[in-house]
Each structure stands twice: as structure tokens, then as C-alpha cells.
Design a protein around this ligand. Structure first.
Ligand SMILES: C[S@@+](CC[C@H](N)C(=O)[O-])C[C@H]1O[C@@H](n2cnc3c(N)ncnc32)[C@H](O)[C@@H]1O
Length: 279
């Protein structure tokens, strides 16, 4: 299984295990996979208020003054826009370039619109490209640093995704991802409401292994997620209803199950930053 292409095949197969059974998905009142632009905008605004963390540091240290960043699966810009708040001005080579421009790629028009309004407020020149990476790679310019934060668990063809990302970076590629699949916190609720045992894999180790297989000199840093996932249990229940394909009217049942299963507060995810430099 781990021969040439084996890791990539295993990634694809294990990701497919996260699919929602057709009979459950058919009854879903709302798209169970949808990301809320408002929720991600809140995350970006918190990151702008407190720009910190290893992902930002690894991007900043590879960025020249007035450098540009390609943010793939940019959402509302949480991984890249806070660079504008870091300021540069370090000695040459000590790592602290300034953000001269941003190219943001995303499949979601609403996410990109929220990103553009924030980029304008920060005076960051931005170009948006709506579409799926790597399908849109051919019409995307290269940048000093390419970043993809919290995207790879959406990507079955990971080797193609990473190869195109690396092909668009002049200096460095940076990924940020939770150690486990971002829907893992819901696993006890899937068992409770649907009698379904969700997978344990793939993990960030698999992403690192695939990148190494592609020949990249992968380095790694980890930390607990800086933010808790939900402000309160009602917010959790609203999100869980959507993810579990339940009618929103069942939110109180979810709250009761969360208490019974001792799921509150939800433990913080473990975030992993992976990066590699271009020769
Ligand atoms: C979980 S959000 C992360 C957003 C942002 N990077 C952050 O860290 O807050 C994932 C984003 O990637 C986008 N996305 C997922 N797969 C994509 C792909 N193959 N190409 C482009 N965008 C993608 C989604 O539309 C969504 O906005």
C-alpha cells in the first residue's frame, strides 16, 4: 500500500470514509459540509486583533519586504491578512518582510468578498481567483510564499494540490491543519444519533508523509488551537445539527446528548504547521 502512489491512494481512501451515507445526506435540511463565511470572518477578525502563532511566523520569516503571498482556500483571510498587522522592518535576512500583495484563491464567492473588504481596510492590494485548486493554478501567478490553511482535509488528490502549490511558491510553502480531521469532535454524536462510527484517519502525519514523498524537506511545529471552537453549547448544537444532518429543531436533544457524553467543553484541536523551502 505504501509503494509509489500508495500513500496518496491511502489518503484518498481514508478521506472517502468521512463521506456521509447517502440515506442520511438525503434527509439533510442544510448542506452538512458548508462553511459559514460569517464564522470564518470572526476568526479572521480575531487573528487580525492578535496576529501570532507559528504559521504566521513561518510565512513572515520567508517574506521579503513588499513580498507577495498566495493563499489557497483563503476563506476570509485568517492565515494571510494578519501579516499586514505584523509590520516588517527587521534587518535584512532576519525574517520579517512586509506584505506587498495577496492573491486569494477560494471556491466560495462569499468568503472572497469578506476577504476583499478586510484587505481594502488594511490597504493590502488583493487579487481574488474563484475556483478549485489546483484547477485554477494555470491562471494563478506565483508568489514568494504559498499558504493553505485548514484546506487539505477537503482535498482527495493531495499530491496534485501540493505539487501545484509548490510550483507557485518562489521561497516557501506553509500549511496549517488540525492533527485530526476537523469534524472529529463530532464522532461521539455520530454514534449517538446515527449509530455510525467515524474514522480516526487520515492525520497530519499522512500529509507530512505525502509531502516528503514528493521530495519536500518538510518541517513541523505544533500547538493547541488558539481559539475554542464554540462560545457556548447552544452554538455547538446549532453547528452539530447541520453537520449531523439533523433538523435544527433538535438542538435541545443535541445539548442533552453533549451533557450525557461529557463533551463540553470541546477539547481544543491540535494544530500543525508544516512548511518547506524552495531550493
Ligand atoms: C476551513 S476553511 C479555511 C479558511 C482559511 N484558510 C482559514 O484558515 O480560516 C476552507 C476554505 O477552503 C476553501 N476550499 C476548500 N477546498 C478548496 C480547493 N480545492 N480550492 C480552493 N478553495 C478550497 C473553502 O471554500 C473554504 O473557504
Amino acid at each position: 500500500m505504501d509503494g509509489p502512489g500508495g500513500l496518496e491512494e491511502r489518503w484518498r481512501a481514508e478521506l472517502a470514509q468521512w463521506g456521509i451515507p447517502d440515506e442520511i445526506a438525503a434527509r439533510a435540511p442544510a448542506d452538512p459540509w458548508e462553511h459559514s463565511p460569517a464564522r470564518f470572518a470572526g476568526r479572521t477578525d480575531r487573528a487580525l486583533a492578535d496576529p501570532e502563532g507559528p504559521t504566521l511566523a513561518r510565512i513572515a520569516e520567508a517574506l521579503p519586504d513588499n513580498g507577495d503571498v498566495l493563499d489557497v482556500g483563503a476563506g476570509t483571510g485568517a492565515a494571510s491578512l494578519p501579516l499586514a498587522r505584523l509590520g516588517g522592518g527587521g534587518a535584512p535576512g532576519d525574517g520579517r518582510g512586509t506584505l506587498g500583495g495577496l492573491v486569494a484563491v477560494d471556491t466560495s464567492e462569499a468568503m472572497l468578498a469578506a476577504l476583499v473588504s478586510r484587505a481594502e481596510a488594511l490597504d493590502v492590494p488583493v487579487r481574488t481567483i474563484r475556483g478549485r485548486w489546483p484547477d485554477v493554478a494555470g491562471r494563478t501567478p506565483a508568489a514568494d510564499v504559498a499558504v493553505a490553511a485548514h484546506v487539505v482535509y477537503n482535498v482527495p488528490d493531495l499530491a496534485d494540490f501540493l505539487t501545484a502549490l509548490t510550483g507557485h511558491a518562489r521561497r516557501r510553502v506553509v500549511l496549517e491543519l488540525p492533527y485530526r480531521h476537523p469534524m472529529s469532535w463530532l464522532n461521539p454524536l455520530w454514534a449517538h444519533f446515527h449509530g455510525i462510527i467515524r474514522p480516526e484517519r487520515p492525520t497530519a502525519d499522512d500529509v507530512a508523509a505525502i509531502a516528503e514523498r514528493l521530495g519536500y524537506g518538510v518541517r513541523r511545529q505544533e500547538r493547541p488551537a488558539p481559539l475554542s471552537r464554540f462560545a457556548d453549547v447552544e452554538e455547538l448544537a446549532e453547528s452539530a445539527c447541520r453537520r449531523l444532518c439533523l433538523d435544527p429543531a433538535r438542538a435541545e436533544e443535541v445539548v442533552a446528548a453533549v451533557a450525557e457524553l461529557d463533551m463540553w467543553p470541546v477539547p481544543r484541536d491540535h494544530w500543525v504547521t508544516l512548511w518547506w523551502d524552495l531550493p
